[in-house]
Design a protein around this ligand. Sequence first.
Ligand code: FAD
Length: 463
Amino acid sequence: MTDDTTESTIVDGAQLLEERAGDAALESPNYDGEFDAVIVGAGLAGSAAALTLAKRGLEPLLIERGTYPGAKNVFGGVLYTPTIRELTDLDGAPLERYIGEKRFSMLSHHDETAVSLKPGDWHREPHNDSFTVFRGDFDEWFAEQAVEAGATLITETTVTGLIREKGAIAGVETDRPDGEIRAPYVILAEGGNSLVSEGAGLKETESRENIAVAAKEVLEFPENDEAIEDRFRLVGDAGVSYHYFGEGAVGEAFGGGFIYTNDDTVSVGVAYSLEDAATKRQSPEETLNLFKSHPAVAPLLKDARTVEYSAKTIPEGGAETMPDLVHDGALLVGDTAGLVLNNGVHLEGTNMAVESGYHAAAAIADTIEGDGHLSQYADALEQSFVVQNLERYAWLQERVEEDRELLFERLPTAIADASTEYFEMDRKPKETHAKAAKARVLETVGGLKGATKLALRYRKLVR
Ligand SMILES: Cc1cc2nc3c(=O)[nH]c(=O)nc-3n(C[C@H](O)[C@H](O)[C@H](O)COP(=O)(O)OP(=O)(O)OC[C@H]3O[C@@H](n4cnc5c(N)ncnc54)[C@H](O)[C@@H]3O)c2cc1C
């Protein structure tokens, strides 16, 4: 326990304590032993767990170190909502735009080769459950749903450690004046920078090969109200997510860039291997500036002004580095459990965080009701899309790393050259250009034999 006397704020949902402790005690309520479960962190995983427990008639305490839920949360970002929609009504949720177009671009130094996907269905509800949001707004709203269902939320309170009694985890230490809060179950939803879980030996510190570093800016267009609609060809609430790869996106590093459209702003960022950031001395800020100045990106951002800058790490070790999820008295969820799919084609952590929070809470509720065991959380997650997706793509990260020079440097340039060649307008017959274009690509991949080998190496992607 620390002596730090950081003031805490009771947001709501503390009627329970009011009844039990009386008004005087509310000024410095004693939470010790008052709740069925304590949840560390009011991000997506934590609030999903709190909402699930409250809906089951239990009394969870949700502890958040920020001044409000989401205050400290950084992400790209597209929020994926299939599980949230099962837990609560999304009407009234602070969503920015739905994703009506996904675009994948290969950038060499000066060229772009892109594929754009715009399925008509994405324009109809539920919009493929994909929305841009600001986490500061959304996380606050989501935590409120948990509070309205009966959870208690305290903010400006940092959990500093775990209490162990007779070998089992029996609560948390905090920087509140009254310090220790015992509860039969603790859910660790503290995100990727999981100091409490690591400090208590529930997981190892991620090695830097399994971490990506991300930098993101939110940009506005003060002199052009229609800039976002015009440049991204948007109508109504539709938005886009653009994903960029190749050395034009993040230089020599392994990773990519992104642009997402919000209501009146765009989020622009890069995410790449922390190992590369360290060894190639590529700072997130410089890498982001390089990406923003690429000839295919700069016109989309012309005359924009930065209103927010943030940097954060993303765990991306996948299924192989997942820690034990279940401990005596404690469960690990969301980024704390390393549940992020980040493979270039997908960057999904929000849906995994919510799904894991839900299953962890369900296991606790079943255990309390005498109808289950904590270990069912790991089984449920294993059978869910979360672990199945992580396992499906476990091989991809490693393989792309091995082929990175070919995939991110030589091939994008070759494809751009081949396209230029193929579409060149001169007086030569098309066949001449087609042959030259094909030769340019084949030369890069090692001929027909090399192309076949490459296709075989990545065949699982289309299985
Ligand atoms: C730059 C970037 C871009 C991303 N883009 C996307 C995207 O587009 N789509 C997508 O699906 N995913 C994306 N992700 C991943 C996604 O953001 C995470 O997977 C998701 O936020 C994890 O949710 P969580 O609840 O586990 O953790 P978090 O959202 O990190 O929440 C953890 C909470 O715990 C609190 N906390 C931490 N420690 C303590 C403590 N000791 N005491 C009290 N409170 C504490 C924090 O303040 C925070 O509120 C991105 C991530 C980054 C960094």
